[in-house]
Design a binder for this molecule. Structure first.
Ligand SMILES: Cc1ncc(COP(=O)(O)O)c(C=O)c1O
Length: 344
């Protein structure tokens, strides 16, 4: 783990820690005063609830440095709302909107010296942990919690660079449990991990596309879209998968660019007969082309097997707004100005 240096494009996503972190102690559901300090190890009681009973969740979003010198957060209020929803599911005290919305620019500003230029960004990682020291509390929520926002200068998420991704379509093992599908719980990621590792070893794929009982859902860390010259097709929102901010933004942009958006069930048979393009949508992935699907051991090319022109067009349209290169008619970007938060 490096610390305090800009992402140089070679370091894997998430391995460089920005120097400052924001922390808030939470007692009986009440959030204390945020403190910005230099990043260091945290002290947790070994009996802490999160360590034993998994009361741990997070968010992921980006601050982009524009060529005009302005740093912009992308749709922070959507991430705040999602973490509040996740916290509810996890029986943790949801971070108050005002505190959370002030914390994001504050920690971005504190780490301003390590925000990379495009195509890099400063990735912000809010984290919420149940800290009550009680190993008898399996059946009760943690009375105390720790809320933090850390940051990491990042480059590209997928190590394949711009190359189209290869996905294994998994129809038997689910990504997570139904009641956690919509939550950004740490547990969801470890549940998908074994399946993904085995798929990588056996089939040489980048990721697994979960399609329980043949109904396409999402991958371990991004939403899935089918795209052609006139349409975007993706699963309609339900409780089984994470409601991506990128997905929502791309669907809106696509509508305004004249595409028809179909939010509906997508079966595996439709996937293998799809004549257009496919992509993964997420904060980290942006919009990453999918070139190959492995279904029941057989490889199927999607379109030419390369990232398609509509995917690239939508990706560029989104990035241009995020980086302040196109007018943000949606009010999605929030310029970061200096926000005072108690420093210690
Ligand atoms: C499971 C999962 N699905 C979808 C997404 C995409 O969400 P967003 O676009 O808000 O980053 C992510 C990434 O955060 C994720 O982890």
């Amino acid at each position: 783990m490096g610390s305090g240096t800009k992402a140089d494009g070679a370091a894997p996503f998430g391995t460089i820690a920005a120097p400052y972190v924001l922390s808030v102690e939470v007692t009986d559901g009440v959030y204390g005063t945020p403190q910005i300090t230099e990043l260091s190890e945290i002290r947790l009681h070994p009996f802490a609830h999160a360590l034993h009973y998994g009361s741990s969740c997070f968010e992921g979003m980006k601050a982009h440095a524009g060529s005009d010198g302005v740093v912009r957060l992308f749709r922070p209020e959507r991430h705040v709302a999602r973490m509040q929803r996740t916290a509810d599911v996890m029986m943790l005290p949801p971070p108050p909107t005002e505190l959370f919305l002030a914390a994001l620019p504050a920690i971005t500003h504190a780490n301003r010296d390590v925000i990379p230029d495009a195509p890099g960004a400063l990735y912000l990682r809010p984290l919420l942990l149940g800290t009550e020291p009680n190993i008898g509390a399996a059946a009760s929520p943690s009375a105390t919690a720790l809320f933090m926002v850390m940051a990491s200068p990042v480059g590209e998420y997928f190590r394949s660079g711009g190359k189209a991704l290869k996905l294994l379509v998994e129809t038997e093992i689910p990504r997570t449990t139904p009641q956690f599908g919509e939550a950004k719980a740490g547990a969801n990621y470890v549940m998908a991990l074994g399946v993904t590792k085995r798929a990588q070893q056996k089939h040489g794929v980048d990721q697994v596309l979960f399609a329980p009982d043949g109904h396409v859902q999402e991958t371990g860390a991004a939403n899935f879209l089918l795209i052609d010259d006139t349409r975007i097709v993706t699963r309609a929102l339900d409780q089984s998968f994470l409601h991506g901010v990128t997905r929502e933004s791309v669907l809106r942009l696509a509508t305004d660019l004249g595409y028809t958006v179909e939010e509906r069930d997508v079966g595996v048979s439709e996937l293998v007969s799809w004549r257009g393009e496919a992509a993964l949508a997420g904060t980290a992935a942006v919009l990453a082309g999918v070139g190959t699907l492995v279904v029941n051991g057989a490889e199927h090319l999607i379109g030419s097997g390369e990232t398609g022109p509509n995917t690239l067009r939508l990706r560029e349209a989104l990035l241009a707004i995020q980086r302040g290169e196109a007018t943000d008619t949606y009010g999605w970007t929030v310029p970061v100005e200096h926000t005072a938060v108690a420093a210690s």
